[in-house]
Design a protein around this ligand. Structure first.
Ligand code: HEM
Ligand SMILES: *[C@@H]1O[C@H](CO)[C@@H](O)[C@H](O)[C@H]1NC(C)=O
Length: 336
């Protein structure tokens, strides 16, 4: 009898435990479905959304190849600063300084073509698709145009209502930052050393303005730079103090400047990285092994890039009823 009641008690407790565990798990799932990002979030409300973005990215790429570089850089500058909420896209107002105007944002371009994508979406599904999702999906599709991997990404982000300019430097490393600081900043958003190495592979395309390089050229040339590469850079950056209004720049990857590939890693191993952070990836113990591996194996680079970009794109989104769906990406909606 004693034994039996003990067994009964045990079963009862287990049952209660089991039951509460399952309902807890179910609640969690439900909450995720309502609150979180999901694949193809717009399948009922705007089924053609992702196709429209892809089409626009392709059309724009045909006319202006560098738009694809911009979409790729945007995802870093928006998502790494606390949240993928399209705060990057907001213009300055009387009360608020735009992120775009900060020094870290130097060289960001093509915002008016992001508006072109938004307008194409608004014509089909007004007020449904967020600028934050357009920013993320256009980056994904831009990578494909440049010859990189196709990365499945979730949607359902909503747009923030304020600029994050005042905290931007906390999250976006400078071009000459120490590797420890760079790794720390990325770690705070869940990206490890391998992920950092993979993400910086984005510098396989696009350009760097001389303002970010001249301190490695004047008064004397940084001995860490490959002497074979120096004459080319000096020719492009002939002014020790470049006129910020003139467009003096060097292409990030002289070999295949328009292609998203692992040539970046061979360049930096060859001391042809333009930024201090690029070069430091090859000298720091924590990052060098990944650089070597990615230089050798493009599939490995693509796989790790996809993993890290996914984490970046899911950084702390506004979902559910938070934020809003902006009508125009550069201004918050008027509240009535
Ligand atoms: C330590 C982190 C990083 C630093 C310090 C950094 C810094 C810079 C700088 C200074 C430029 C040159 C801008 C100019 O002069 O026009 C640049 C360009 C670029 N960056 Fe980064 N970056 C970092 C990480 C990333 C990441 C994670 C991505 C994307 C995943 C990215 C994508 C790009 C692209 C595509 C360009 C070329 C833009 C163009 O040609 O318009 N960067 N970056
Ligand atoms: C990095 O470069 C900026 C100029 O772009 C300069 O103001 C700053 O002092 C430099 N920082 C370090 C640590 O060298």
């Amino acid at each position: 009898m004693k034994m039996r009641s003990k067994t009964f008690l045990f079963l009862l407790i287990s049952a209660v435990f089991f039951f509460s565990e399952t309902t807890f798990a179910e609640n969690n799932e439900e909450e995720k479905a309502v609150e979180g990002l999901v694949m193809n979030y717009y399948k009922d409300t705007c089924p053609q959304a992702e196709d429209i973005i892809k089409e626009q990215v392709k059309l724009l790429y045909k006319r202006h190849k560098n738009t694809a570089f911009s979409w790729l850089r945007n995802i870093f500058h928006d998502c790494a600063v606390e949240s993928c909420d399209a705060s990057l896209l907001l213009d300055s107002t009387r009360r608020m300084m735009s992120e775009k105007e900060m020094d870290r944002s130097f060289g960001l371009r093509n915002f008016r073509y992001l508006d072109t994508i938004k307008e194409a979406i608004e014509r089909e599904c007004p007020g449904v698709v967020s600028c934050a999702d357009i920013l993320v999906i256009s980056a994904r599709d831009g990578v494909v145009q440049l010859g990189g991997p196709h990365i499945p990404l979730k949607t359902g982000r909503r747009d923030g209502r304020r600029s994050r300019a005042e905290i931007l430097e906390q999250y976006l490393p400078d071009h000459n930052e120490s590797m420890s600081t760079v790794l720390e900043k990325f770690k705070s958003i869940g990206i490890d050393a391998k992920g950092v190495v993979a993400l910086l592979g984005a510098h396989s395309v696009g350009r760097t303005h001389c303002t970010k390089i001249v301190h490695r050229l004047y008064p004397e040339v940084d001995p860490a730079l490959n002497p074979d590469h120096v004459p080319h850079i000096l020719k492009k950056c002939y002014d020790p103090i470049p006129d910020p209004k003139s467009v003096q720049y060097v292409r990030n990857d002289r070999g295949t400047p328009m292609i998203f590939d692992n040539n970046y890693y061979r360049n930096i191993l060859d001391s042809k990285g333009l930024l201090i952070v690029d070069h430091q990836l090859t000298t720091d113990k924590r990052t060098r092994p990944y650089v070597v591996k990615m230089a050798k194996n493009q599939d490995y680079f693509f796989k790790e890039f996809s993993r890290a970009l996914t984490i970046l794109s899911e950084n702390n989104p506004l979902t559910g009823t938070k934020g809003e769906i902006r009508r125009e990406c550069s201004v918050v909606n008027k509240l009535h």
